[in-house]
Design a protein around this ligand. Sequence first.
Ligand SMILES: [Fe+2]
Ligand SMILES: [Fe+2]
Length: 365
Amino acid sequence: MSVPADRRYGPATLPRARGPLSTAVIEALRRPPHDLPTDLGVGLDPADPIVDEDLQLTLFLCYELHYRGWLGVDESWEWQPTLLALRARCERVFEAALRRLVGAPSVPAAGVAAGLAELVAADDGPALASRLQRRADLAQFREFVAHRSVYHLREADPHSWALPRLGGPAKAALVEIQTDEYGNGRLDRMHAELFRRTLDRLGLDTSYGAHVDVVPAVTLATNNLMSLFGLHRRLRGALLGHLAAFEMTSSLPNRRYGNGLRRLGFDEVATRFYDEHVEADAVHEQIAAHDMCGGLVAVEPALAGDVLFGAAAGLAVDRLFAAHLLDSWADGRSSLRTPAPPDLPPTVSLVALPAVAPPSPPALV
Ligand SMILES: [Fe+2]
Ligand SMILES: [Fe+2]
C-alpha cells in the first residue's frame, strides 16, 4: 500500500474523541492556541485509568504534540500552559494507577541488574507470542500488527528523551542501543522502516499514526507510559528500566512473531523486523541491564527503585495488552475498537481491517 511521502512520517491525522475530555481537547486543537477552561479535568477520577478510553486518548493527544504533532494543528499548542496543566492532571491519575498496579519493587542486594532479571523471570504474561506463532489467523496477526504500529512506527523515540538527561556510562550504553534502533543512520535499516515493510506486506496502512483511531486504551497506555517516563526528567530511571525490560523480553517473542508470519506464508521482507530483533535484542538486553541501568545506578544510587518501577510498569501494562488481545479472540471478537461515535451499540464496535489476500506460498524447487 503506497502512502504519500508527506503522510509517511507524520504528522498523524487527529483521531476521533472517546469522551468529554478528548472531545474538548480535539475541538481546541482544531483552533489556534488559546486557554482551555481552567476546570477541565479537575477532579478526574476514572475507575480504571489504564483502560479508560477518554483519559488515555487525552494523554496521547497531548504527548503527540512532542513527537510529530497532529495534521492541521498549530505547533504552538505543544507548550500551551493550560493544555500542559490538563496533561499534568491526567498524568497524576495515570502515574498513580501505574504505581498501584506494581507497588514499589524492592532492590535486591545483588543490584539493579539482578532486580531486573528477577522481574523478567517472574513475568507470567499470557502467551500472546505463542498464540501468534502457532494458531493466530491472518486477521488476528493483522490486528496485532495494527496495535503495535502505534509504537513501532516511531520505534525508540520515547527512550531517546533520556539522552540529554544522562552522562557517563548509562548514556554511552543508551547510545549504543539507540544506534541499532535507528539503523546506524541507514534509513532502510531503521527499525521503524523495517516495521513499515511488515505493515505493507500485510496490506495495512503504513502512514504514521494510521491505526491510532482503532486501538483501545490499553494499547495507548503502552505508549503513554513511555511518553510519561520520557518527558519527565524525574522519571529517567523508570524510562531506562522500561527500556531494559523491553529489551530483556524481546528476543524470544520476536522469534515467535517471525515464525508466525512464516507459518502464514509471508516472506523475509515481512519477517525482517522480527528477525532483526532476535539477534539485536539478545545483545541489547545485556547492555541495557548491566551497562545502562547498572551504569545509571552506579552514578545515581537513589534511582534504583525507579529503574525497577519502570520495568515492572512496562511488563504489567504489556500483560494487560496481551490479555486484551487473547481475551477478545477467545470471545470471537476483534481486539480493535471502532472509530465510530460512542453512542453506537456495542455490536458495531467490532472493526474489520481492510481485506488482504494471503501471499502465495513459495514455489517448490
Ligand atoms: Fe528495535
Ligand atoms: Fe532493541
